[in-house]
Design a protein. Structure first.
Length: 206
């Protein structure tokens, strides 16, 4: 009788082992799925944290030959030239730029600036163009902040001494003051300046 019961015991043991194995596989699958969901929601295994400089305008490497000529053609008659795309990241907008390596863009302010002089002897009218070695993001920022930029420029112009403006040193000083004022506005409003210099397209003192 005892010999007849032995064959029945082995299948029961095998079935129990198979059930435990299936439970183990199921648990492993659940753990893997949970870990995968955590990685996905967390942004990946080694997703780098975004830094402020990742969103800064980038320097535009100077092109040569036909590429430079093509960029200088602009966007055609009645169209603005395409905004340049930069490739060189910088840690901040006070980065020392080598003008021999990077492309410069000039952006003329559409309307002249007119204000009374500080001593009340007359008025000053100035047309300016801005230069930058950075990409189209700076031009976009200038357009977006035209109102505060114009206000800052007018305040600087209103403080000028007409006698000083009659000298080249006085005009160069005014260039530096305007550059600083415009960069201050862009830093405050956009987080990045990027203006290299301000050039006079007209300057009238009366």
């Amino acid at each position: 009788m005892s010999k007849d019961k032995t064959p029945d015991a082995e299948p029961k043991k095998g079935g129990k082992m198979k059930k435990m194995l299936m439970l183990g596989i199921g648990a492993t699958a659940l753990i893997s799925a949970g870990a995968g969901a955590g990685i996905y929601l967390g942004g990946g295994l080694a997703g780098p944290e975004a830094k402020p400089e990742d969103h800064y305008p980038k320097l535009v490497v100077r092109s040569v030959g036909e590429e430079a000529a093509a960029e200088g053609e602009g966007g055609g008659e009645g169209k603005e030239p395409a905004l340049k795309v930069g490739t060189v990241s910088v840690p901040n907008d006070r980065f020392k730029v080598d003008p021999r390596k990077y492309e410069i863009t000039y952006y003329p302010m559409t309307d002249a600036f007119t204000t009374n002089l500080a001593d009340g002897s007359g008025f000053l009218q100035v047309g300016i163009s801005l230069s930058t070695f950075y990409d189209g993001k700076v031009i976009t920022n200038i357009k977006r902040q035209q109102v505060p930029i114009r206000s800052a420029v007018l305040m600087v112009l209103a403080e000028q001494d007409p006698a000083l403006l009659s000298t080249s040193q006085g005009k160069q000083q005014l260039q530096r003051q305007l550059t600083a004022a415009i960069n201050d506005v862009l830093r405050d409003k956009e987080g990045f300046g990027g203006i290299d210099n301000v050039y006079f397209t007209s300057l009238v003192i009366q």
